[in-house]
Every structure is written in C-alpha cells, then in structure tokens.
Design a protein around this ligand. Structure first.
Ligand SMILES: Nc1nc2c(ncn2[C@@H]2O[C@H](COP(=O)(O)OP(=O)(O)OP(=O)(O)O)[C@@H](O)[C@H]2O)c(=O)[nH]1
Length: 613
C-alpha cells in the first residue's frame, strides 16, 4: 500500500512535469487537469496568505495593500526528514533560497516580469517548491484575492477578471477548494463560499476555513458555522487563528504562532470541545488525507492519460522519423536507403501502380503521330517545288532517264523534316520523366524530413535525365539520318517494273522533251517520293519510341542515381551529415517530443513504483 506522503510527493512530481511541459491546463483534457490540487480562495484580507503561511509554517508571501497576488502561485510543499529549509522556483531551478524574505521579493519580481509594474493580472502560474521538515507534502495554489472594487490604476474590469481567473482554477473537477472566510463577517456574505457554492454545489470538494475567530465581537462565537449548522459542507469546517497584524509587525515566529493557536483552542470556552479538529496544523493534515484519497481514486485514469499521451507522442515520432545516427557509415547507409525509397516510388510511376508512366505512351501514341501528320510534305512535294528541285539537281545537263539526283534531293529534304517530331518526342518524354522525379520526391514520405537531401536527389536525377535526353536526341537524329544515308533500293526497282499509267486526255500535249518536265511527269515524281516518305514515316513512327525508351526510360529506371551513388560514396562524413540536414522546425519538434516522452515515462514509472509498493 502506498504511503500518503509518497503519493502526494508523486503528484508533486507530475505537476512539476506538467509545468515544464507548459501544460497548465489549456484546451482539452490535460494531465494537469487530471491531477488534484488545492486552491486557496477568499476575499481580500480574509486571511488567505496567513492560512497559507501557517500551513507552510513560514513567512514568504508578499504583503501589501490592494492586489498583491496577481499571478497564481503554485506552491509545492515537500517534507524533508531533517536539515535546513529552502525554497526553489521553477523559473530559476539552480537557485536555492534559504532566506524567505528573498522568496517574497522573488515572487513580487517574477509577477512583474509577466504583468509589468502595472496592477494587471496574469494566469501564468509561478511555481515555487518549499522543502522543509515542518510541512506535509501538499500542492497549494494561491490565487489573487477576490475583490469588490478596483483600486486606483486598475481597470474596472479587474473585479471580474480576478473572479474569472479564480473560477478557471476552482471549476476544474479535480480542484479542492480551500474557501477562506473571516469569522468577523457574516458567512452569508463570504465571497469564497459564494464562488465555491457556484462551482461545487454539492460541497464535496470544498473545505470551509474560518479565520479571525479571535476578532469576533465579545459575546459572539462561530459555533454555528464550525459545527456545520450555519452553512453545511460535506467536510467539517476548520477554525483558524492567524497572527494579527500586531504579531506580524512584532515578527512573531510562525512556530510560536502555531503554539499560541493551539493554546487558543484548547483553552477556549467556546471551542474547547472542538480543539482537536481546529487550527492550521489540523487543516494541513486534513488536506493531506483528502488528497491521498482523491489521488488514489485517480491513479487509473492518470495512468491511462499518460499512456495515451505516450502513444500519441510515439506515433508522431514515427511519423516525423527517429533521430539520425552520428557515424558516417550509418549516415551513408541511411542516405542510400532514402535514395532507394525514392527510386521505388519513381519506378512505380513508370511501371504502373502510380500514375504518370502512361503519359509516356501518350507521347508515342498521340503526340508523335500527330506531329508526323502535320509535316509539310504537301508543300515540299508540290509540282512547283518538285520541278525546282529536280531542275536544280540536274545542273546544266538535264537527266536522261530518271532524275536520280532530283529524287535524292527531294527525299533528303523530306526526311530532314522528321528531325523535328523526333526531337519533340525526346523532349516530351524528358519532361514527363522530370515531372515524375518531382512527384516521386514529394511522395517519398521518408524524404519529407530531409529538404537538403531531397534537393540533392532532385538535382542528381535531373542531371541524369539531361544526359539521357542528350543521348536520346543523338540517337533519334541518327535514326533519321540513317534513313537519308541509304535508301531502300527495292522500293525504286519495283517502281520501275510497274506499268506507266496512260496520260490523261487533257494532259500536257507538248512534245517528249517538254513532257519530261511536264506536270504528269513531275506529279509522278512527287507521288513516288511521297510514297517512299510514307514508308520511312511508318518506320520512324516505330523506331523513334524504341530509341526514346531505350535511351531515356530504360536508363532512368536503371541508373537514374548511379552517378549520385558514386559521388556520395566518396564524400566525407561532414558532407554526409550536411545532406541529412533536417528542417529545423522538425528537429525542434522532435526534441520537444523526446523531452515530453521522457517526462511522461518517468511520471509513469514513478506512479507504477508507488502504486504497487
Ligand atoms: N487577529 C487576527 N488577524 C488576522 C487573522 N487572519 C488574518 N489576520 C490579519 O488580517 C490581515 C489580512 O490577512 P492576510 O493573510 O494578508 O489576508 P489575505 O486574504 O491574504 O489578503 P490579501 O493578501 O490582501 O488578499 C493581516 O493583517 C493579518 O494579520 C486572524 O485569524 N486573527
């Protein structure tokens, strides 16, 4: 069975972790909200600070008129076995305060650091731990005193602002409310009770504390309240006698004050019968016991919440990737793995599974045939041009049988038109591949966290594609030039054996010499060349795609990153780590997650250790 003190000490640990994590109960269910805490609530001058101080047993809270507490003070009391007392602030973790006057000054200064010297308030808590053999383990939250009027220099809204801030703490179901009311005021007018009733109507988490019993009018007493008749709460009321202002001015020691308080109750004719259940020491014990009960009830849900947080953080860590190894070999391995991941995605685009590869087929199936169709052979093989080319080719001696040179020039001229569509196919496929590289990088999840490496891969892949394009361009141009360099002889031989068509009736009637360069004759040359070019076109329509795929697509699949691999293999460790440079925001996020994980895990270990003891 866990001991009470270890349980509360444990909760203190978790609460400190929450503050480190900046988790002071924002949106959603935070760990902070899952843990019980004790908030001290009361009107101004109700004796709030005095109660807190006597529970702690030390003078340390700033005093003054008006609103002194302008930020919540989360006060964690740690009982030590022996030794000296000291205090520590979370915002100055290395500094131990053993002078409590300095603690008071630090609270005031730290308040001003956030709120400025104005009398504004802030809901960011100050975290103070006090280590002492004279305290019980307890976490208390001191809140600004509820007020009814704004003092000079404060906006009118301050009354409401304070009430809202106090309410934001006490309305949490895990908050135990220490409602301070002065005995010399009618309990019906108590600000603390009013607010407590509003947020905790059943009274199960409200502890009524009645201060200033010694200041009541002679002949009156607070038995009605303390015995629960005037205002009923589920927990018994505790009466307190704090130091008077005169005691404070005389620097009456806290220990002495406690003794005097004890004596007051023991000797009081009104409260003697209640003495064992009165006073600040009793209040501290009562609170600890109640906290133990609440914490014990909460352990399963706290563990569940921590586990949920751990799972979420782990999942996020998986998503953004684990930290990078420090040694060169491991980094090289990692780079190669990332390249391979990219390569896999890229190949899926080409081979199917991901879209994009089909666009290459589109180039061959639509773009190339359409471009071939548009070639201006009509113009090139028009009667006029045929005549011009044939005549020019003959020079000063007209041909005798067949215009051999004329044919060759017409064919050469026509074939050279194929270079355009051939090169356009090369370029079109190049752009498809380039786009696929871009897409593949974006789709390679593993690469997301490495913008530098992504860039390097993109550059290397694009350089390779550029080389393939050049090679492919040379190859398709060569294919076209091969067509000019040696013609298909059979085609022309066959032409020769075909019977000549009879000239049409209204054809050119001029003599044989004239007929040699007559329209029919030229038309025939044109149509022969055209037929030959059609045959070449059919061939190229098939061979250009083959060349393009061979030089560009096949190479991209085989060796897109080959040069890159060779380069990085030679690289120094420094340059490798530079390549694995991550997005700084991501690195920051990972560090944060790691820190949170560690805190949650240690909180969980602590809980496990305590709850199974
Ligand atoms: N005689 C006597 N005086 C008390 C008692 N409790 C508080 N006082 C005095 O009442 C005054 C106000 O007490 P504080 O403890 O400062 O009250 P507070 O609620 O913290 O007030 P603020 O800090 O202004 O919000 C001080 O002068 C205390 O000495 C008590 O039980 N008996």
């Amino acid at each position: 069975m866990a001991t009470m003190e270890s349980l509360i000490g444990l909760i203190n640990k978790i609460q400190r972790a929450c503050t480190v994590l900046g988790d002071h109960g924002g949106e959603g269910m935070s760990l902070w909200e899952a843990l019980p805490s004790v908030a001290v609530v009361g009107g101004q001058s109700s004796g709030k600070s005095s109660v807190l101080e006597s529970v702690v047993g030390r003078d340390f809270l700033p005093r003054g008129s008006g609103i002194v507490t302008r930020r919540p003070l989360v006060l964690q009391l740690h009982k030590t076995e022996s030794g000296s007392e000291y205090a520590e602030f979370l915002h100055a973790p290395k500094k131990r305060f053993s002078d409590f006057a300095a603690v008071r000054k630090e609270i005031a200064d730290e308040t001003d650091r956030i709120t400025g010297k104005t009398k504004q308030i802030s809901n960011i808590p100050i975290h103070l731990s006090i280590y002492s053999p004279h305290v019980v383990n307890l976490t208390l939250i001191d809140l600004p005193g509820l007020t009814k009027v704004a003092v000079e220099g404060q906006p009118d809204s301050i009354v409401e602002d304070i009430e809202n801030m106090v309410r934001s703490y006490v309305e949490k179901p895990n908050c135990i409310i220490l409602a301070i009311s002065p005995a010399n005021q009618d309990i019906a007018t108590s600000d603390a009770i009013k607010l407590a009733r509003e947020v905790d109507p059943s009274g199960e988490r409200t502890f009524g504390v009645l201060t200033k019993l010694d200041l009541m009018d002679k002949g009156t007493n607070a038995q009605d309240v303390l015995e629960g008749r005037a205002y009923r709460l589920q927990h018994p009321w505790v009466g307190i006698v704090n130091r008077s202002q005169a005691d404070i001015n005389k620097n009456v020691d806290m220990i002495v004050a406690r003794r005097k308080e004890r004596e007051y109750f023991e000797t009081s004719p009104d409260y003697g019968h209640l003495a064992s259940r009165m006073g600040s020491e009793y209040l501290a014990k009562l609170l600890s016991q109640h906290l133990e009960l609440v914490i014990r009830q909460r352990i399963p849900s706290i563990i569940a919440l921590i586990n949920k947080n751990i799972d979420e953080l782990n999942a996020e860590l998986d998503r953004i990737g684990r930290p990078i190894a420090a040694d060169g070999g491991a980094q090289l391995y990692m780079i190669l793995e990332l390249c391979r991941a990219f390569d896999r995605v890229f190949k899926e685009h080409l081979d199917g599974g991901r879209p994009g590869g089909d666009r290459i087929y589109g180039v061959f199936d639509h773009q190339l045939p359409a471009a071939l169709k548009k070639l201006p052979f009509d113009r090139h093989l028009s009667l006029k041009n045929v005549q011009k080319v044939v005549t020019e080719a003959d020079g000063y001696q007209p041909h005798l049988i067949a215009p051999e040179q004329g044919y060759r020039r017409l064919i050469d001229g026509s074939i050279s038109y194929f270079k355009g569509p051939a090169e356009a196919s090369v370029d079109a496929v190049h752009f498809v591949l380039k786009e696929l590289v871009r897409k593949s990088i974006a789709e390679t999840l593993e690469l997301k966290r490495f913008p530098t490496l992504s860039n390097d891969i993109a550059t290397a892949a694009n350089e390779a594609l550029e080389r393939f394009r050049e090679e492919s361009r040379k190859t398709v141009i060569r294919l076209v030039e091969m067509e000019s360099s040696y013609l298909t002889v059979d085609f022309f031989r066959k032409l020769h054996t075909e019977p000549e068509k009879k000239p049409e009736k209204n054809a050119n009637p001029s003599g044989p010499n004239n007929d040699r360069l007559g329209d029919n004759y030229l038309r025939r040359i044109g149509s022969n060349v055209n037929a030959y070019i059609n045959m070449v076109c059919d061939t190229l329509k098939n061979t250009i795609p083959k060349a393009v795929v061979y030089c560009q697509v096949r190479e991209a699949k085989r060796s897109l990153l080959s040069n890159f691999y060779a380069q990085i293999g030679r690289r120094e460790k420094e340059r490798l780590s530079a390549m694995l440079d991550e997005d700084p925001q991501l690195m920051e996020r990972r560090t944060q997650i790691a820190k949170r994980l560690e805190l949650y895990k240690s909180a969980r270990d602590d809980i496990d250790a305590v709850s199974w003891k």
